[in-house]
Design a protein around this ligand. Sequence first.
Ligand SMILES: *[C@@H]1O[C@H](CO)[C@@H](O)[C@H](O)[C@H]1NC(C)=O
Length: 524
Amino acid sequence: MAILRTCVFLVSVLGYCLGANILYLIPFTAKSHYIMQRPIGLELSYRGHNVTVVTAHKEVEHPPNYHQVMVDNKQIWDVLGIKRPNVFTMVDMTSEEFHKNILWSGGLAFTEVALNSSEVQKFLKQDHTFDLVISEQFFQESMYVLAHKYNAPLILITTFGNCMRHNIISRNPLQLSTVVSEFLDVREPMSFWGRMRNFYFTLYEFVVWKYWYLEKQEALVKKYIPNLREPVPSLYDIQKNTSLMLINGHFSFDNAAAYGPNIIEIGGLHLTLTRSNVSLPKDLQNLLDGAKNGVVYVNFGSNVRSSELPIDKKNAFLNVFRRLKQTVIWKWEEDSLENKPDNLFIRKWLPQKEILSHPNIKVFISHGGLIGTQEAIFHGVPIVGIPIYADQFNNLLQAQEIGFGRILEYHSINEENLWNILNDVLKSSSYKNKAREVSARFKDRPMSAIDTAMFWIEYVLRNKGAPYMKTPGLKLNWFAHHMLDVYAFIFTLFIALIFVIKIIISTILFKKESPKRENKKKYN
Ligand SMILES: *[C@@H]1O[C@H](CO)[C@@H](O)[C@H](O)[C@H]1NC(C)=O
């Protein structure tokens, strides 16, 4: 009896230690964001935590301790109240326009949709306790106030790699000469003007974000999340207090950068969920197995629609594909495609990471989205990239510089350019070799990406928010943190020294010169 009681006691204590109550906020509706972040919630629940996920994408199969609070699944164009534009036209947007018209206006509208969703409102009114709040870091900062509401540590996740504004707030090194702001496309990032552009844009983004965007997010807090425990800290301070940031990057592919211990790279996480077991549909399996000359795989991601290509560019693709001996598989969003060559197969949807894992894939023609780029890296597939917006140019520039991909600028798409670039990547073995090399080093880690994420999330839980992981620089004002007071002091000393030396020299010279002058006068 006593033994049984001890067992029950031990099990309940262990249960308490192992299983935390975790709130996971990933309300942004874009599919690619969900693909990257989905494994974290599922894996936490497999490991015994009681997870509540605020999301727009419903999981059908999940453990019983995985709960979902559904956000209305609206597309960005619906929430912005505009007709869906042809996404290819976004290639001409500056990074400033992209932030103003898409990220900031879309972010505000999406946050409002999420907070105003009936299930979310119902959830907010219920009584819950959470040991930890995890949230995506993507223009829905008002959600972070829930960490204050439940008095729990906050962990943030990026789907896009390094986050400049977070680095500024959390006093992580900016490294503007080598790390480009996440959604800024700079042709030569390390040239003088490249660095100047990065500096200017980072400053611009931070100032507008801090003084305009966060104010708007604060207003959404007031409107949709009432009855918070007073005093309510500002969203800026809540983010500054973040325990941990998990970023979707890895130094084997991204530029190596220095981070404090509270920023952890988990790039490629969605490729390492061991429990997912998706296999290729039979028809695709047969098609890929039977492609004796290899396969060219074309997919511009979930937001860009190939079928919206202007007619001349579409024809360039068709004419080039017709001349290839390889099989071509293209994600094409319409039922038919006029003039379709016999070696081209179209599908409205394709299971991308399973396709890229097939040994017959020779090249991936892509828009350079980070998820797809990581999938190509993981499976060692060379890329021909046509960047359209956001971080796509940076991802592809990195692939090109490392040597497993080539960029084809959207405006340069014609039969000749596409043929030349595609054939270069198909025929010269250097791209394939480099892709294999990067694949190997991308996977060469002490722990898989998902295990790394789990370790650090549970680390924060075990260590009550682990505040000691933050730099003590946060206690200083920005002037002192950047050593500007010390530099100013040394500079002043230096100027003073020059001044003193100048006085001494001129006094000596004056003494020597003065008799001469008197002499001169005499002669006159
Ligand atoms: C798990 O979380 C849900 C909220 O989604 C809550 O209702 C439930 O009581 C929690 N279970 C435990 C064991 O804490």
